[in-house]
Design a protein around this ligand. Structure first.
Ligand code: HEM
Ligand code: MG
Length: 232
């Protein structure tokens, strides 16, 4: 298999997710970004990131609702607002504010890029602070903001994802340089010294990091949603 980084062509499609886009740019999932099944995503995440299926399957199953096909998805369809895609993202604009919730946005990314000053790593505390700041900006600028238990759960899981795939999945400490390349270029920073985690990323490791992030994010709901039932 050829896993070199290749930028998407004009007919390849990409998502609001830097993780899936990185997998596609390295050929761990189809480079055209189309007709992708859950088992293909799970195999790609394990091979590229050492991320096991238990922390990913829920998100992947939700993703199937982005289109009509019964068991595959296209990456660009994942921009469907309020399915998985939410406001106050760390690298994409709010749909109601910028009109683009799909593409990487360097202005939005400033909050994360400048987080944890004076050291060269991000960690669960800094990730929580980034979530707080991004939400404050959205609350101040987006009259259409959605901010319920669902959004904080998804946002926190995503922060745990970037810390875990670019850093140490046990401590949640990740080199800034690796995280920034992951978001800006949707590339594995192998040339810069990144290595795939040597422990498997699981729902347990993600939740351990997520608990610290959520505590540091000083979060309150501005709307209510139904109880979340995500599995048996
Ligand atoms: C967003 C990482 C798998 C769908 C994100 C974000 C990160 C991330 C860090 C936050 C981007 C931001 O806030 O700007 C990962 C990693 C994965 C993974 C490392 C491992 C393979 C998945 C899967 C799905 C998915 C399986 C569904 C099929 C999304 C969507 C967003 C997103 C729709 C946009 C949410 C938003 O910011 O509005 N992902 N993800 N991701 N991810 Fe993933
Ligand atoms: Mg978003």
């Amino acid at each position: 298999n050829n896993h070199e980084w290749i930028a998407p062509t004009a007919t390849d499609v990409r998502s609001p997710c830097p993780g899936l886009n990185t997998l596609a740019n390295h050929g761990y999932i189809p480079r055209n970004g189309k007709n992708i099944s859950i088992p293909v995503i799970l195999a790609g995440a394990l091979e590229a990131f050492n991320m096991g299926p238990d922390g990913l399957t829920q998100a992947a199953k939700f993703g199937l609702l982005s289109g009509d096909a019964p068991d595959t998805l296209d990456l660009d369809a994942l921009k469907l607002h309020n399915l998985i895609e939410h406001d106050a993202s760390i690298s994409r604009g709010d749909l109601a504010v910028t009109g683009d919730n799909l593409h990487f946005n360097e202005t939005i990314f400033t909050t994360l890029a400048n987080a944890n000053p004076d050291v060269d790593y991000y960690d669960p505390l800094s990730a929580g602070q980034v979530q707080f700041e991004r939400l404050a900006i959205s609350l101040a600028t987006n009259p259409n903001i959605t901010n319920t238990l669902k959004e904080i759960s998804v946002r926190t899981r995503e922060s745990s994802f970037y810390l875990s795939v670019m850093g140490n999945p046990i401590t949640g400490v990740a080199q800034k340089e690796f995280v920034q390349i992951f978001f800006r270029e949707e590339r594995l920073p192998i040339a810069e010294g990144w290595k795939r985690a040597n422990v498997t990323i699981t729902a347990d490791t993600l939740n351990t990091i997520g608990d610290i992030i959520i505590a540091a994010s000083n979060w309150t709901a501005t709307q209510q949603c139904e109880d979340l039932v995500l599995g048996p």
